[in-house]
Each structure stands twice: as C-alpha cells, then as structure tokens.
Design a protein around this ligand. Sequence first.
Ligand code: FO1
Length: 312
Amino acid sequence: MLVALAGGVGAARFLDGLTKVVKPEEVYIVGNTGDDTEIYGLHISPDLDTVIYTLAGLANPVHGWGIQNDTFEGLKALGALGQETWFQLGDRDLATHIFRTNCLLKGETLSATTATIARNLGVQSTVMPMSNDRVRTIVRTPAGKLDFQTYFVRRQAKDEVVGIKFQGAAKSRPAPGLLRAIRNAEGIIFCPSNPIISVGPILAVPGIRTAIERRKCPSVAISPIIGGRAVKGPAANMMETLGMEVSALGVAKIYQGLVDVFILDETDKDLAPAIQKLGMQPVFMDTIMRGPAEKKALARKAVQAVRKYRAL
Ligand code: FO1
C-alpha cells in the first residue's frame, strides 16, 4: 500500500496519474480537512471532494475543483433568497454536501461518509480524512483572523499572511486505521501540495508526524514550488510572508526528517547539494503536469523512488 498525503488540486492531478500506474486499491489517500467549511448549514470538504471527483473522472478540468459541466441554479436561487454566493457550489456538487451533512447529522463519522461517497462515485482508492475531529485552518492577516475559505476564495488570497493556526488540531485524533496504514505502508508520498496549508494540517494531527518520522518504508515528496514559484495557489506568497525560503529547498526544509527522496523540477538542479545536506536524495525531472502523460510520468518517478530507495 502507498500512503499519499494530499491537499486539493495539485494532489488530485498527481493521484490521477498514480492510480493509473499502480492498482488504485493499493493507494491510501490521507486528505486535508483544515479547509473544510460550513455554508448554508452544509458541511463542505473541498480537498476530499477535489480528490474524489478527480479520481472518479468528474472534476471540472478548468478549475480542478467542482464538477464538470455542473449547473448553478441552486446557487442562483439561494442568491435570490438574499444569501451570499461567493463560494461557487454547483448543483451536482451540492448533492454531495447535502448527502455528507445528512450522514453527519445521523451520527456517522466523516471517514465513513467519505468512504461511502468515494465508493458510490466509483473510486477504488481509499480516501481518508486526516481526522474525524473538527480542525480548521485559520489565517492571521492584518485585517484579522480569517477562516481559510474566506481568506482564499472570498478575499482571493490577497491579504498578507502573518500567521497560520490549525484550530482544534492539538485535540484531534487521526482517523481510524490511519496510523496503521502509515506503519504498514510500502511507501509514503507527499503529493505536490502546499506544505503549509495543505500538508501542514495533516502533520498537525497528533500522532501522524511521529508515525512518519518512525517510518520503516521510504518516503518521497514532490515539490509544489518550481523555480521559486508555486505551480498553483498562494504557496509562494505565503511562504514569503511567513519568512520562509520560497523555493523547493524551502519546501524540503519543512519536510526534513519526514522525507527520504525529494522530487523537484530540472530547473532547480542547482539545489541538489543543499537538498542532500538535509538528508534527502534529490531526483530531478520535468514536474509540471500538463496532461495525462506528465501526470503518469511524475507518478511513475515517485513509485520508482519508493522502490529504489527500498532496495538501497
Ligand atoms: N475555489 C475558488 O477559488 N472559488 C470557489 O468558488 C470555489 C468553490 C468550491 C466549491 C466546492 C469545492 O469542493 C471547492 C471549491 N473551491 C473554490 C476550491 C477550494 O476552496 C480550494 O481550492 C481548496 O480549499 C484549496 O485546496
């Protein structure tokens, strides 16, 4: 089993490739729920849904999140009722949130509900939230503390980030079976996700970081930063304002002690000695996932890295 730590769109694209180069049932995905939010009383898990929709072949190819060819009649009707509509929830997507919220109201766990959604949409990999407990990413800005979706979607990630907090993380527990999956994994893969706001919340759940530190299998990370720029999203800006080094090396520093092999873009070849100094083996390739071929090539490289490192 390969255990993959995943955020949203970048991770989903990589996992789309991974589940095509290894058996999808051999992939155990740990998803970030720090981005979860409640809108219109519905529980929304953007990163879990992005991964599920992508693996189910349903994702909107332009945004990477939401459902392809979805309509927005429900949202328009909510607008007519005087509700705010800054978070684009499509009609078919709303069905997922209604179903999830109903299951949670009946007392089911988020992990059980996520498994049902994934299975019913035809996803063969395990998709596991990092925790069944409530954890929320809070972004501290000069304008005050903002919940993640307010910062990211409503205010378009324009505020300066002066701090990040994963509210509830300290008291949260890993989802059932998650630590066992890490202990028994053949390899651990850090998907090309934002190390602070996507992988950060997962590592903040007590027990997960320690389980990875004590791993008996190889661990591989793919840099989401290429040539000092984020492939997508606010990672680069955020790292800069938090005083971190905006480069693949900055990402590697965050993962020190957790990762054995670090895959980064060819354009960052000069970083090789510094990555080695952190105790990681650098592997270079074209890491931009332009289409299905590149997604699979990147996934193959990660799987090879797991197998090669194992053989060392
Ligand atoms: N991202 C946006 O930039 N704008 C949106 O209106 C938006 C709606 C949305 C609805 C459902 C969903 O699952 C995701 C959605 N996202 C939207 C993406 C999401 O908020 C972020 O990409 C992640 O939280 C960051 O990983």
